[in-house]
Structure formats: structure tokens, C-alpha cells
Design a protein around this ligand. Structure first.
Ligand code: GLU
Length: 293
């Protein structure tokens, strides 16, 4: 299929090498592969390894092994996010120049304490679509002098997006084109539901939201096919695309493969791991059947 730009469609599978692949990843990778083939498009593989504390070369090697075994082929070189930190730093700097980011100094424990205190008095603290408490506005309210003093003191900090300001700057309702679950429809994005999202941390120089948005644009991705668990995150990606002047891909959020109890698979579970299934005698065709392809 040709996109409006006249270019062929570009799909990507973007695992994080912080664990072994399981049936859920197999479904996502195979679906990307099949959709790329159906539209005579390209398939890219991207290693989302910005979290330097959790990603390892061993997991990365096991991902290549599992995907090759499934019969997938992808274009080389594979983009490894850890090799492109400067691209995310440039995007962050642009947002900083627009006055849309601020340094956030609170530790997880401090945030938890504030939330607990509020909830003890039966006042609900706003939570993001993943159920985590939104970041309190204390750091956003700091005076310039206080902020500079804290930065100069060298204390650890993250950089967060000033969500209210960013959404105000857009000034129009944000939407995305979605093909998951049937015919193409327009979804209204609601980035405010996330509060002031993290864009960079001291131990992970770029957040998932920032690097995925920058990379999809830099790699010319036209079709983002990923699990429905990332559906709401798309609101943040659409906002960042608008702020940074990046094109918007077409989105397809697919069903998740669940375990017998109906829970999302986790990377630590051996029984649904691709390597374990391979060792137990499953074939790539068995995997396709098990995930319903
Ligand atoms: N790296 C993400 C994950 O492994 C997927 C990101 C995406 O497809 O947008 O869950």
C-alpha cells in the first residue's frame, strides 16, 4: 500500500531488551510482519534500550534468536536507541526552549507520601491511565531562583513535560487514526490524563514516550502496530508529534495474548517464553496457531 506521501508503508517491531520474548511479543512481531507483507511495505526492528539499568546485550541476542526462529527478517542495521541518545536530547532541548519542560526533583517516596497524605483525608489523587499517581505540581511551581539553586546543587532530577502548558499551546483537539478493532476511525487524544509525564531521567536519558515519538518520525514509520496496552500512551505521542512538528503515523492497537487466568503475560514467565516453547518442541507454526494467526 502506498501512503499519501507516495512512499511504501513502513512498519516496526520495537521490543525492549529487558527480558525474554513471550507469546505476546510473537503475536505483535508476526502481525507487523504479516501487515507489512500484505501492503508490500517494509519491516523495521528497533531495540528500545534507553533504560540502561534493565536492558542487557544477552536479552537483545535472545530477541534476535527468537525472531529469526519465528521466520522474521528485518532491515539492517537495527536501530538501537542507546546509540542515539543525542537525537532525544535534541528533541528535549527544543521542548525546553519552548518553555514546556521543567526539572522535577521529587523522589518516588516523596510523591507517595504526598499522595498517601491526601488520600488519608479521603481526597482522591488523580491517576494516569496506567493507574500511577500524577506528579504533584510542587516542582512546577518553584520560583526560577529556587529551581536554579536546586539544579546548581547537583541533586538528581528528571525532566517533565508541563502538560497544561503543552496542551494549551496546541489549541486544537488532538486526534489519531486508528485501525485496531475494525474499520479506521478517529480517536480523540487525551494527553492531560497523564499529567506531567517524564521525558528524561538521570538513569534513563530519554523516556519511552520521547524516544518512541522521535524514532517513529526519524525512521519514517507510517504504521504503528502494537498492543492495546499502549493505546492511551498514544495520546502523549500525538501531543509530542504536534509540539515537535513530526508526522503522525496510522495506529493499530491489537489485542493482547493473556494467560489462563486472563492476565497479561510478563517477561518473567517461563511457560509462555518463546525459548522455553522452542525447547519443549513447539514449531514456529505452533506459535502462529497459539496466537491465532
Ligand atoms: N518497547 C515497547 C515494549 O516493548 C513497545 C513500544 C511500541 O511499540 O511503541 O513494550
Amino acid at each position: 500500500m502506498l501512503h499519501s506521501s507516495g512512499q511504501s508503508a513502513v512498519f516496526r517491531f520495537a521490543p525492549s531488551p529487558n527480558g525474554h520474548l513471550h507469546l505476546g511479543h510473537a503475536y505483535s512481531a508476526l502481525l507487523n510482519h504479516d501487515m507489512a507483507q500484505e501492503s508490500s511495505g517494509r519491516l523495521l526492528l528497533r531495540m528500545e534500550d534507553v533504560d540502561l539499568t534493565r536492558c542487557t546485550p544477552e536479552y537483545e541476542a535472545s530477541i534476535y534468536r527468537d525472531l529469526e526462529w519465528l521466520g522474521l527478517r528485518w532491515e539492517m542495521p537495527v536501530r538501537r536507541q542507546s546509540e542515539h541518545l543525542n537525537d532525544y536530547a535534541v528533541a528535549l532541548e527544543r521542548l525546553r526552549e519552548m518553555g514546556l519542560v521543567y526539572p522535577a526533583f521529587m523522589t518516588r517516596g516523596e510523591v507517595k507520601a504526598i499522595v498517601a497524605e491526601r488520600e488519608e483525608s479521603s481526597l482522591e489523587w488523580p491517576r494516569d491511565p496506567d493507574g500511577s499517581p500524577q506528579y504533584p505540581d510542587r516542582d512546577r511551581q518553584l520560583s526560577d531562583v529556587e529551581r536554579e539553586q536546586r539544579l546548581a546543587s547537583g541533586i538528581r532530577h528528571a525532566w517533565r513535560l508541563d502538560m497544561d502548558k503543552a496542551v494549551c499551546g496546541i489549541g486544537q483537539p488532538l486526534t489519531w487514526r486508528e485501525t485496531g478493532g475494525g474499520a479506521e476511525r478517529l480517536v480523540t487524544a487525551d494527553p492531560s490524563a497523564w499529567g506531567d509525564v517524564v521525558l528524561s531521567r538521570s538513569d534513563a536519558p530519554s523516556s519511552y514516550h520521547l524516544s518512541v515519538t522521535v524514532d517513529d518520525a526519524l525512521q519514517g514509520v507510517t504504521d504503528v502496530v502494537r498492543g492495546i496496552d499502549l493505546f492511551h500512551a498514544t495520546s502523549v505521542h500525538r501531543l509530542l508529534q504536534e509540539l515537535l512538528g513530526l508526522p503522525q503515523p496510522l495506529y493499530h492497537h491489537h489485542r493482547l495474548i493473556l494467560d489462563e487466568e486472563g492476565r497479561k503475560l510478563s517477561k518473567s514467565e517461563g511457560a509462555t517464553g518463546l525459548a522455553a516453547l522452542r525447547e519443549a518442541g513447539s514449531s514456529p507454526a505452533d506459535i502462529r496457531r497459539r496466537v491465532g494467526l
